[in-house]
Design a binder for this molecule. Structure first.
Ligand SMILES: NC(=O)c1ccc[n+]([C@@H]2O[C@H](COP(=O)([O-])OP(=O)(O)OC[C@H]3O[C@@H](n4cnc5c(N)ncnc54)[C@H](OP(=O)(O)O)[C@@H]3O)[C@@H](O)[C@H]2O)c1
Length: 230
């Protein structure tokens, strides 16, 4: 097996475990201070990965917001923001999405083998489309990222991606930011789907830190022996 990056999965959720509302409108779970904390984590990573549905629904830019953090990255020889990575089976991604249009860093699309050609046609020169297998094999994906120089990867959703990374035991560190309200609508997206996770009542995860960030609480879990306490 090849080497993989250190993988940190970061997610905001409601008290009842939802990561978005039930409508098309994006639900803001974090407060300003917590967005800034997430920005700091982003700035410490070489790449940020989200699923294709998050690219389509949320249209995220996935850039480091703070100019001081961008300058610090430049000073140590990095690009101002991490490279962006997404995963798709159907390949239906809009080249005009903010994911592709913002920042001059590399954008990588790991695509199922059957749709690689179509995805290359749709995305033109806006991204590097990589054949990731059928469906995309996340172990292979992480090893490929490592070969491309990614030592620290931040996984930022959505629920399908959380489920697969956690169930495959690929995550070294988990950040859950719990917002102080309920969504209370089972049509909304939950943190994870049903799956067989490595942590269960007989094998509890290690809680490494609890931090209050205004009205949000950050729960930080160490999920592998590689956990980096800094
Ligand atoms: N609160 C938070 O921190 C947070 C963060 C991010 C997102 N979200 C929310 O999460 C929701 C989206 O979550 P989601 O679970 O619906 O979608 P998702 O995890 O963002 O993306 C799922 C899509 O990724 C592709 N994919 C996933 N695994 C794959 C594999 N192994 N091989 C090939 N393709 C694969 C497929 O794309 P194709 O359909 O293109 O084939 C799949 O439909 C949104 O409501 C968003 O707002 C919340």
């Amino acid at each position: 097996m090849g080497e993989r990056p250190y993988i940190l999965l970061s997610c905001g959720m409601s008290i009842d475990g939802y990561i978005n509302g039930a409508t098309d409108e994006r639900l803001l779970l974090s407060n300003e201070a917590d967005f800034d904390r997430v920005d700091d984590v982003r700035a410490s990573c070489d790449a940020i990965l989200v699923g294709a549905e998050t690219v389509r629904r949320d249209n995220p830019r996935l850039m480091v917001r703070s100019s001081a953090r961008r300058a610090a990255r430049l000073a140590r020889g990095d690009r101002p923001s991490p490279i962006k990575v997404t995963v798709t089976e159907g390949g239906h991604l809009d080249a005009d999405a903010a994911f592709f249009r913002t920042g001059d860093m590399e954008k990588l699309v790991y695509c199922a083998s059957s749709t690689v050609d179509k995805a290359r046609e749709w995305l033109g020169g806006h991204a590097t489309v990589v054949d990731g297998g059928q469906p995309v094999d996340l172990h292979r994906l992480t090893e490929d990222l490592h070969e491309r120089g990614v030592c620290r990867l931040m996984v930022e959703g959505g629920g399908s991606i959380h489920t697969q990374f956690l169930a495959a035991h690929l995550v070294d560190e988990l950040h859950l930011a719990v917002a102080p309200f309920f969504v209370g609508d089972s049509r909304a997206r939950r943190f994870v789907d049903d799956a067989h996770f490595p942590w269960n009542p007989g094998r509890r995860a290690t809680l490494a830190e609890v931090r209050q960030v205004g009205d949000v609480v950050l729960l930080r879990y160490a999920l592998s022996p590689r956990f980096d306490a800094c």
